[in-house]
Design a protein around this ligand. Structure first.
Ligand code: NAD
Ligand code: UDP
Length: 389
């Protein structure tokens, strides 16, 4: 990008370079957001995380044109006095830090609640006290289950969007009972949303809340036994990628009947850049960011990923590519599921004019091409020498 080009926002106002504190910059979304900001804007990033592997390529080579515009701070926000100073130095704080893999919600509920609520509190407080803008990452999971999920299976009302479409300013948040610890994450995210909203109402905090709807793409999570723990359970894209790479069956939890909409990470990141650069349009809003056109059941996702991966790898699919497992067996006690997640796009469309572009097939094609290039050789080595890995 040419830093000298005069860039303007959606209202035609010239954009001044910002200093952005990105907490959780070393994660999946953070790594893509760092790339986008460095490649297409003149903004400076203070990248904060406990890990930097996914942004190593942005930090190392001094020769890159953005050297000097990204600075990495290895900090755990749970206990580090440098946090307030970094917030004060920045024009905007973006908080992505969280425990956000469902396998943790029912097995590590305390860590999940602390990470998503308690650890986020000082970030909100310092932004509010210092008059700094905050973009906070929440989740589509705050909606929980749809109203329609409580109707009889054969009710025609289940086809009526009024019973399933998820609207920021209208839909209720419907979680399961307390012993269904799956909802510890959603509940903690809901409470931090309410706190941020209240800071806005009572103390004038300038905030934007993002509710991602299953953003997927390269660098999401880890492949167990390769760049993450062998026993670890990442989110569905990485679980299915791992099975495909190892030529194992894809596990369908409780029949794979749950429905999801998947959006390509590169589409979703464009929405975040619009929020960053259009505060007058984004402040005070909660935004769904997803692709309502990319809805599938988890079973359909498994079938599509199997077909795409056969194309990408040139290896034929297994005769029986999937196997059913119970949620208790896969996740343990206390798991529960969101039945269906279709984002209403009215608000983001009206405020920022954003629309997702990439079809599910195309986004799986580029993502599985990346997975194959990145992991296929390493997996082959592990399979042929299991003890030396
Ligand atoms: P991720 O796990 O890849 O990234 C989170 C990053 O935060 C990690 O790099 C982690 O090391 C860092 N982090 C966690 N705790 C920290 C701490 N105490 N101090 C410093 N760094 C810490 O997850 P992601 O997919 O990039 O998600 C980012 C945010 O978006 C999360 O808040 C998540 O809840 C939300 N979200 C994402 C999705 C999605 O589709 N990817 C869906 C819903 C919500
Ligand atoms: N799932 C599955 N097999 C797997 C991993 C996940 O059937 O190997 C299901 C999971 O039960 C859920 C959906 O896939 O219904 C999406 O799971 P993910 O971990 O991506 O997170 P979620 O969308 O629930 O936040």
């Amino acid at each position: 990008m040419a830093a000298s080009t005069v860039r303007t926002n959606l209202d035609g106002k010239p954009l001044n370079p910002l200093t952005i504190l990105m907490i959780g910059a070393g994660g999946f979304i953070g790594s893509h957001l760092c790339e986008k900001i460095l490649q297409e804007t003149p903004h400076k990033i203070l990248a904060l995380d406990v890990y930097s592997d996914k942004i190593k390529h942005l930090l190392e080579p001094e020769s890159l044109e953005w050297a000097g515009r990204i600075q990495f701070h290895r900090i755990n926000i749970k206990h580090d006095s440098r946090l307030e100073g970094l917030i004060k130095m920045s024009d905007l704080t973006i908080n992505l830090a969280a425990i956000c893999t469902p396998a943790d919600y029912n097995t590590r509920p305390l860590d999940t609640i602390y990470s998503n609520f308690i650890d986020a509190l000082p970030v909100v407080k310092y932004c509010s006290e210092n008059g700094k803008r905050l973009i906070h990452f929440s989740t589509c999971e705050v909606y929980g289950k749809t109203i329609g999920s409580f109707l009889p299976k054969d009710s025609p009302l289940r086809q009526d969007p009024a019973y399933y479409l998820l609207k920021e300013d209208d839909s209720p948040c419907i979680f399961g009972s307390i012993e269904k610890q799956r909802w510890s994450y959603a509940c903690a995210k809901q409470l931090i949303e309410r706190l941020i909203y209240a800071e806005g109402a009572e103390n004038g905090l300038e905030f934007t809340i993002v509710r991602p709807f299953n953003w997927i793409g390269p660098r999401m999570d880890f492949i167990p036994g390769i760049d993450g723990p062998s026993e670890g359970v990442p989110r569905v894209l990485a679980c299915f990628s791992n099975a495909l790479l190892r030529r194992e069956q894809l596990k369908l939890v409780d029949g794979g009947e749950s429905q999801r909409t998947f959006v390509y990470i590169k589409d979703a990141i464009e929405a975040v850049l619009l929020m960053i650069e259009n505060p007058d349009r984004a402040n005070g809003h909660i935004f769904n960011v997803g692709n309502p056109n990319n809805e599938v059941t988890v079973r359909q996702l498994a079938e599509m990923m199997t077909a795409v991966y056969a194309n990408v790898s040139g290896e034929p699919a297994l005769e029986e590519p999937t196997v059913d497992v119970s949620s208790k067996e896969f996740y343990g006690e206390g798991y529960d599921d969101s039945d269906k997640r279709i984002p209403d796009m009215t608000i983001i469309n009206k405020q920022l004019g954003w629309n997702p572009k990439t079809s599910l097939w195309d986004l799986l094609d580029s993502t599985l091409t990346y997975q194959h290039k990145t992991y296929a050789e390493a997996i082959k080595k592990v399979i042929s020498h299991p003890t030396t890995s």
